[in-house]
Design a protein. Sequence first.
Length: 146
Amino acid sequence: MSSMASTTIYRSYSEDETKEIGRRLGNTCASGTVISLRGPLGAGKTVIAKGVAEALGITEAIVSPTFTLVQEYEGSMHLHHMDLYRIDGVEEFGGIGGEELLYGEGIILIEWSEKIEPILPAHTVRLSIAIESDGSRTITVTGVEP
C-alpha cells in the first residue's frame, strides 16, 4: 500500500464484478490494513468482503456478521470482518473491545464504519458503494489502488 492516498472509481454491473474489485483490493493490502465499507443496505459491502477473503485464500463462507458484530477468518492473513449496523457509535464500539482490533494484525474490514468515523486510523482505506438507477454500482476506493 502506498503512502499517497489515491482515489479510484469503478462501475460494477454484476455481483462477480463487485467481488473482483474486492479480490483486487485484498491482493494489495498489507497486514494492519483497515478497510471502511459504506453504502446502503444491499449495495454489495458483503460481496466486497467475499472478494477480499478470496484474495486471502479463505474458503469458508463469508456472511455479514450483523448479529455477532465480528467474524474472524484465517487465510494467508487473518481477516476480521465487522458489521456495525446494530451499534450506536464509538462508545458502544469501545464497549465490545472493537478499538483493539483497529490496530491488530491482518486485515480489518468494517461494514457501516461511518458509525465509528472519529476513531478510524488515518491509514484507513475507504470504499463507498452507490446503487445507480440501472442497478449498477459506482464504487469509490480511496487510500489504495486495487
